[in-house]
Write a protein that binds this ligand. Structure first.
Ligand code: ATR
Length: 262
């Protein structure tokens, strides 16, 4: 019988996950389909979802889904958010692949590196968790300083502050993990003089547009840049591996993603 997977989000209309996963299922000869579940009623949906095989969970449900799960991984407990649900015999197990997806996208050892993370929301939480776990020295800066403080304390970071405090912290890697960048305004978060002086690797987790104003500015002053679709791809690759216990056809998934980002 064809297994059913899908993305649970609201709104979910523009998700790139169906393209990535359906291409992956085809390439792997897996009898499954991946749908969009754009649901307004989380509890009711999960009650009815026990015949499904797995879910990718996105905004606004990554945190709220946790209380409905039968099992949660250590990562989910620590981060307080779940982006991957595996369903077996009607039991829901929750995992988080966002932090691994982020680290794989960085594609370098981070132990001992100084990393400034802009943002203290759900995405930033997973990123900070992964960075600290790998031994990076992390500073969290956020529009609402209190949230940066709380996140930094929870994960034993090196420091915290408001966004204007960036100039006080030298760093090797700068991560833009606020949702301000979604409206292409991430440039307003970072002063070009800082980029020129410090020359960090700049990673913007936003993938629409692929080259955000922040990345364009950073590239123009000679910084190495990392685009957000790499995190999206790598978290999906890890989801596939959790669901099927085998290696994902990453290049096929990358192709489908890039094609749909155009
Ligand atoms: P996500 O899951 O994408 O991280 P979130 O949990 O709603 O979404 O968090 C959004 C993050 O973007 C927060 O760090 C938020 O800052 P506040 O904590 O001060 O709200 C940040 N953010 C959103 N819009 C912003 C803006 N215009 N300027 C600066 N930061 C912004």
């Amino acid at each position: 019988m064809t297994k059913v997977y899908g993305i649970l989000a609201h709104p979910a209309g523009h998700s790139l996950s169906p393209a990535m996963f359906n291409a992956a299922f085809d390439a792997s000869g897996i009898d499954a389909e991946y749908r969009i579940f754009d649901e307004a009623d989380l509890g009711r949906f999960l009650e009815l979802s026990r015949d499904l095989s797995g879910l990718s969970v996105s905004l606004p449900y990554k945190e709220k889904v946790v209380e409905h799960l039968n099992f949660v991984s250590e990562d989910v407990k620590a981060i307080g958010a779940c982006n991957t649900v595996k369903i077996e015999d009607g039991r829901l197990s929750g995992f988080n692949t966002d932090w691994v997806g982020f680290l794989e996208a960085l594609a370098r050892p981070v132990s001992g590196l100084r990393v400034v993370v802009l943002g203290a929301g759900g995405a930033a939480r997973a990123i900070v968790y992964g960075l600290v776990k790998e031994g990076a020295k992390v500073v969290v800066l956020n529009r609402t300083v209190e949230k940066a403080k709380k996140l930094a304390e929870e994960f034993s970071c090196e420091g915290f502050g408001g966004l204007p405090d960036l100039s006080k912290f030298e760093c090797d890697i700068l991560v833009q993990a606020t949702s301000a960048g979604v409206s292409s305004r991430s440039d307003v978060l970072v002063d070009v003089e800082y980029l020129k002086r410090v020359r960090p690797v700049v990673f913007d987790i936003v993938y629409k547009p692929l080259i955000t104003l922040l990345l364009e500015t950073a590239r123009n002053v000679g910084c190495e840049i990392i685009t957000g679709e790499k995190m999206l791809l790598n978290q999906a690759v890890k989801q596939f591996e959790i669901w099927f216990g085998r290696e994902a056809p990453k290049e096929v998934m990358r192709g489908a993603l890039v094609e749909n980002l155009k």
